[in-house]
Ligand binder design. Structure first.
Ligand code: C5P
Length: 404
């Protein structure tokens, strides 16, 4: 279920050319099951007519603070209490300044002041206005008070300038909004260790064996686990990803290093999730100097030995054994192969995905998986790795703490 389902979102539209994109944003929020009410500033109404938002949202649009008819229908304090959160998109420089100053000089600023709901802003303005120290200070003030800023993006602007200040696209706003929703704290007080990304095995000082794993799925799971209240250790192979908020990251390169970090983390964790694409073989000897091309030795250049299976090693523990979850990236007979791995590696749960499907796999932001444990299998609908991660965390928590 989308985390926006049945959420009551008060969408504040302020004056800026990006206001037209907010019409689409209403639709995108509704697609996720949200109930949207729109408040427009006077400036916004110069760009888009309230009727557009009324038709799209299916609710009357709120424009005036002191309109007796509107107050009689749903007063501004009632509206402020109605909202699960307030999203201001576009958030103009002027709105940000008024909110930072705590003004209540129109309906939108009054609602923001009167509401205890979380505030999310999608700034949109000319790049120089965005860069101005006054706007930057206002952004920091709002963030320090708990507001979330989504964007702005950089690029060419309606005024002809190029730079930061474009409102994020509606779909990006929706995705990021979902990511800001705090899920149920199903892992409060629990410790989770996760491996992610590829490992890398040196052949010589300049070459290595590795694979195309981006680490996105493992990082998304680490983020979801932290957001669900866990203390998370993320053991990351070489990837280009930022560390998710609240996550303790341990960077490793080789499989041997990853195993050592996993063993250490497993000593104290409740759940071990192995999302890494571990290189199965490593060179028997790492050459001290760069390997040279020589006639006659082509076939013998690489002598490989098998790497330890990290997840199987953790699962085989008889002492301090966490709940162990593996992944199975398959190209055929996905379920059967995953079930085989579940049994062979003595896992508690395995997440299977078909990497031949262009929708999912290594570098994609999306994935489609089937979760298999000893009691059966459950396919999850295709979705963003971030959303799937949140669902997986819920399922893992349920299994780990009811059956283990
Ligand atoms: O055998 P296969 O590599 O397909 O198994 C996938 C699962 O095993 C993943 O969870 C992966 O992280 C883990 N694995 C591991 N150590 C290895 C190989 C795989 O932990 N050497």
């Amino acid at each position: 279920m989308s985390s926006l389902a049945d959420k009551r979102i008060l969408l504040g539209v302020s004056g800026g050319i990006a206001a037209y994109k907010s019409a689409d944003l209403v639709r995108r929020l509704q697609d996720r099951g949200a109930n949207v009410r729109v408040v427009m500033t006077a400036g916004a109404q110069e760009f888009v007519r309230p009727l557009t938002f009324q038709a799209l949202s299916g609710n009357p649009v709120h424009t005036d603070l002191l309109d007796p008819a509107a107050e009689a229908a749903m007063g501004h304090i009632e509206l402020a209490k109605w909202a699960d959160f307030i999203l201001v998109a576009p958030a103009s420089a002027s709105v940000m300044a008024r909110l930072a100053a705590g003004m209540a000089d129109d309906l939108l600023s009054t609602l923001c002041l009167a509401s205890e709901a979380p505030l999310v802003l999608a700034p949109a303005m000319n790049q120089a206005m965005w860069r101005h120290p006054a706007t930057q200070a206002n952004a920091r003030t709002l963030q320090a008070r708990g507001a979330t800023l989504l964007g702005p993006a950089a690029g060419s602007q309606a005024c002809g300038d190029v730079g930061p200040g474009r409102m994020l696209e509606p779909l990006d706003i929706v995705d990021q909004l979902i990511a800001t929703q705090l899920p149920a704290q199903v892992l409060a007080g629990k410790k989770v260790a996760i491996t992610a990304g590829p490992t890398r095995e040196a052949l010589d000082p300049v070459r290595y064996l590795s694979n195309h794993s981006s680490g996105k799925m493992g990082f998304a799971i680490a983020s979801a686990a932290a957001r669900a209240g866990a203390e998370v250790t993320l053991i990351a192979g070489p990837v280009r990803l930022d560390t998710p908020a609240g996550v303790h990251r341990v960077d490793v390169v080789s499989t041997t290093e990853m195993l050592a970090a996993a063993e250490k983390a497993a000593d104290s964790c409740d759940i071990f999730i192995s999302a890494a694409a571990v290189v199965d073989f490593r060179p028997a000897v790492v050459a001290e100097q760069k390997i040279k091309k020589q006639d006659g030795n082509d076939a013998d250049v690489l002598k490989l030995v098998k790497n330890p299976d990290i997840v199987a090693t953790i699962a085989a523990r008889t002492h301090k054994r966490p709940f162990v979850v593996g992944f199975a990236a398959e190209t055929e007979n996905v379920i059967a192969h995953a079930q085989g791995k579940l049994a062979r590696k003595q896992l508690d749960m395995i997440v299977a995905n078909d990497v031949s499907d262009p929708e999912g796999g290594f570098n994609s932001d999306r994935n489609q998986v089937v979760v298999i444990d000893h009691s059966g299998q459950q396919p999850l609908p295709a979705g963003l790795k971030t959303e799937l991660a949140a669902q997986l965390i819920e399922m893992i928590a349920k299994q780990a703490f009811t059956s283990h």
